[in-house]
Design a protein around this ligand. Structure first.
Ligand code: AMP
Length: 587
């Protein structure tokens, strides 16, 4: 297998925004980035102004901003002009209800137009918005609304009746529930709620934006909780600078693109890159209401002529599981850039992209806390499959070691493992965990933000993910990153997904245990187990290879697609499962 995917002109259907990595970094400044945006008339900064108003009053007024797709509903195109009018009506509704700047609004809905209108309309009004996964059950909804002291909830009639109405008294701060009717064009009449469409119909479609500044709170995102209880990460309007810069550098967005970000806005990716970044760049976005379906997804890529696609390793692994044959029934002549985030992208998956889609997949790295992409594979340099890429312009990343006295020491040696850290102060950096100042403070030392991820940096400045510090396995004195073991297992033709944990062992501390799900056409059983153990041992050596392998039909994942190693471990050891509110298929 080759180690590097070299960029050739054939990979680049358009001249990339970013082609000189060193020069681009040297000449970049956040101040210049600020100049590329409009700013509010009279000063100030507002995400929705940059994303919607700036374009709605200009040449893009009639261009499609969002194209909503659904299985049983006709496609619906919403232009910038229409988005401006709808979001203004929504903001007027909030103002009339007396909901103002800094107050919190939650959205609980599938990927329907009203969700997008509510998010952007709230931002226009200076109201802090927090989109929740619509699949959440009553408990996680109430926990988050209470943590955020939510005053308003926007949801659909059926979700309200199923998940909120009976628990309403558990959310004392919640004053207004704005309901979207389940059937387009009808109204709702549920006691204790207001019909959103009727309220919006009464309002004018212009709105004078609230005076917000870069440090005013904009979005509240609860982290996906792969390792513990949910934390509310506070974001500000100034984050728009990062969304703008990264849309250019890491996603290579061009005006003529049709872009599809498959993430749900309940996860930070679906907001920063499913709503804000494409709007900022005047790019048409596809939004599909439906859940993953390999055939449907290939169909969307083909029929909608998607040119830039931002997805996640879990989806890529599921497409791989569905087999290359299915992909070959489709053509993607316009597709020119594919990126992935959320979890390590196994080298196997990067190569799969090249073979099946004709394009390598560009892994990038960030977190809820960073608000935007920090480290990425970009059009500007060759890909080393398995690496998350290099820090983007305006971002300084390092590998550090925490010291006993609370300071940090930089690790200069290439290939040496340590904690991934970012120089604090980029515009989309989170400004706090709600009600948890102490936890926030602990994330910083000596001017660095400590990410909680372990990684290495190689001699060319590429970063390689090792694992969440909580997931790393210590076996017989070795530190083993689950990702490395999972990637090797995935190289085997039978393996669709792998999750690796450390299982306590009196002799060696922890032994490596793997859980795998298989591709279509492969049967679990002793012969395959022995074959996989042998394959891993050959590739990784006895110290790192798993000692045990179990087969599972699927691995537990968060709604944002991350394998929940914490849960695999708890189940293996018969321990309490802890917070499972973000577990896919759970409630
Ligand atoms: P979240 O805040 O839920 O988006 O989770 C962020 C975490 O996901 C990071 O701290 C990493 O542990 C993991 N992650 C995100 N992107 C990547 C990537 N490209 N490679 C490896 N891990 C990633």
């Amino acid at each position: 297998m080759h180690n590097v995917i070299r960029k050739t002109d054939a990979d680049l259907l358009l001249t990339p925004n970013f082609s000189d990595y060193e020069g681009g970094r040297r000449h970049f400044s956040w101040e210049d980035e600020r100049q590329r945006l409009a700013g509010l008339p009279g000063g100030g900064l507002n995400i929705a102004f940059e994303a919607v108003e700036r374009h709605a009053s200009g040449a893009l007024r009639d261009k499609t901003a969002f194209r909503f797709l659904g299985r049983d509903v006709p496609a619906q195109d919403v232009s910038w002009g229409e988005l401006s009018r709808q979001t203004s009506r929504f903001a007027n509704v909030l103002r009339r209800l007396g909901v103002g700047k800094g107050e919190r609004l939650f959205v609980l809905a599938g990927r329907i137009p009203e969700l997008y209108v509510a998010v952007l309309g709230s931002l226009k009004n200076g109201t802090v918005v927090s989109p929740l996964f619509s699949a959440f059950g009553p408990e996680p909804i109430a926990t988050r609304v209470n943590l955020g002291a939510g005053r308003v909830l926007v949801t659909t009639e059926s979700l309200y009746l199923k998940k909120v109405s009976r628990w309403r008294d558990k959310m004392p701060t919640l004053e207004h529930v704005l309901l979207v009717a389940d059937e387009a064009g009808s109204t709702t009449a549920v006691s204790g709620t207001l019909d959103l469409a009727s309220l919006m119909a009464l309002e004018p479609d212009d709105f004078e934006l609230e005076a917000t500044g870069p440090e005013d709170m904009s979005l509240l995102h609860f982290t996906s909780g792969t390792t513990g209880t949910p934390k509310g990460a506070v974001h500000v309007h100034g984050a728009v600078l990062t969304h703008h810069a990264t849309g250019r550098f890491a996603l290579d967005l061009h005006r003529e693109d049709t872009y599809w970000c498959t993430a749900d806005p309940g996860w930070v990716t679906g907001t920063s890159y499913g709503i804000i970044a494409p709007l900022l760049h005047g790019v048409t976005s596809i939004i599909d209401r439906e859940e993953f379906d390999a055939e449907r997804w290939y169909g969307i890529l083909e029929q909608e002529m998607v040119s830039v696609w931002y997805t996640a390793p879990t989806a890529i692994r599921m497409l791989m599981k569905a087999g290359a044959e299915l992909a070959r029934r489709h053509r993607f002549p316009r597709l020119r850039f594919v990126a992935s985030v959320g979890e390590p992208l196994n080298p196997e998956a990067v190569w799969w992209g090249k073979e099946v889609l004709g394009l390598p997949i560009h892994d990038n790295w960030w977190q809820t806390e960073t608000g935007g992409i920090m480290i990425a594979n970009t059009p500007a340099f060759d890909i080393k499959p398995g690496s998350m890429g290099r820090p983007l312009p305006g971002v300084e990343a390092a590998i550090v070691e925490r010291q006993e006295d609370g300071s940090v020491k930089l690790v200069d040696t290439a290939g040496k493992e340590g904690e991934l850290a970012l120089k604090a102060g980029w515009p989309s950096m989170f400004r706090g965990y709600l009600h948890n100042e102490e936890r926030y403070r602990k994330c910083f030392a000596d001017g660095w933000y400590l990410t909680g991820d372990l990684a290495t940096r190689d001699e060319d400045g590429y970063f390689w993910f090792v694992g969440r510090s909580d997931d790393v396995i210590k076996s017989a004195g070795h530190l083993i990153g689950p990702f490395e073991v999972e990637s090797v297992l995935m190289e085997h033709p039978a393996v669709a997904e792998a999750g690796v944990i450390g299982k306590p062992d009196p002799m060696v501390g922890e032994v490596v245990k793997a859980f795998v799900s298989l591709k279509l056409g492969f049967e679990p059983g002793e012969p395959l187990r022995l074959e996989l153990l042998g394959h891993a041992r050959k590739r990784l050596g006895a110290a790192v290879a798993p000692k045990e392998i179990d087969f599972l039909p699927t691995l537990p994942r968060t709604r944002s697609g991350k394998i929940m190693r914490r849960l695999l471990k708890a189940r293996e050891l018969g321990l309490p499962e802890g917070d499972t509110s973000t577990l896919e298929g759970g409630a």
